[in-house]
Design a binder for this molecule. Structure first.
Ligand code: GDP
Length: 192
């Protein structure tokens, strides 16, 4: 896995050479942990540290055919309006007009479910017909029945959404549950 670019503004997005799969979600949803767990399974090491509160889109290439795109986490309670505006502008531009973006993995904390900011991003992806998939994270923290209820609830909310790719995938970076399933699903994006 090679770090290739960090974009702070839309004009600094890298060229559209690779198939891109983006990871989005609220801050603290477990995005860094998931990307790290996934790439460990690919036997590669991440070369760039998490940029913390810096609102950038980070691009990592994988095996010269795929690019993992780490979108800035949203929903910081303490984010300043200016930071929020920048985030929105950058992500909006990226998500709606990137021709080689084949899928957005929208990470949702299994415990909390969909929040307004998630719904906002979903609306954006629906209107631009960007294909996305819901990834329920931290599933180790919920009993199986609650987990099943959460999944059903989300699919019910999104049942008329045409850009949603089903099924929803449940993962835990901690236990490793669901990671091979997710990896197989992402591999199909590249091959298909
Ligand atoms: P990010 O802000 O979305 O990048 O989230 P992080 O990956 O930094 O994770 C936020 C917090 O959730 C950290 O304390 C992690 O240890 C914890 N976390 C992440 N993934 C899991 C998981 O699968 N299970 C549990 N129990 N905790 C997790």
């Amino acid at each position: 896995l090679t770090f290739i670019a960090a974009a702070k503004i839309a004009s600094s997005l890298p060229p559209t050479r690779y198939t891109e799969i983006a990871f989005a979600g609220r801050s603290n949803v477990g995005k860094s942990s998931l990307i790290n767990s996934l790439t460990r399974q690919w036997h590669v090491a991440r070369t760039s540290d998490k940029p913390g509160l810096t609102q950038t889109i980070n691009f990592f290439t994988l095996g010269n055919q795929l690019c993992l795109v780490d979108l800035p986490g949203y929903g910081f309670a303490f984010a300043k309006d200016q930071v929020k505006e920048n985030w929105e502008e950058l992500v909006q531009e990226y998500v709606t007009s990137r021709p080689n973006l084949k899928r957005v993995c929208l990470l949702v904390d299994a415990k909390w479910g969909l929040k307004p900011r998630d719904q906002q991003l979903i609306q954006l992806m629906e209107s631009s017909r960007t294909r996305y998939q819901i990834i329920l994270t931290k599933t180790d923290l919920l009993p199986p029945l609650d987990l099943a209820r959460r999944a059903t609830q989300i699919l019910q909310i999104l049942k008329d959404h045409r850009s949603l790719i089903q099924p929803l995938i449940m993962v835990s970076s901690k236990s490793g549950a669901g990671l091979s399933h997710l990896r197989a699903s992402l591999a199909r994006v590249v091959s298909g």
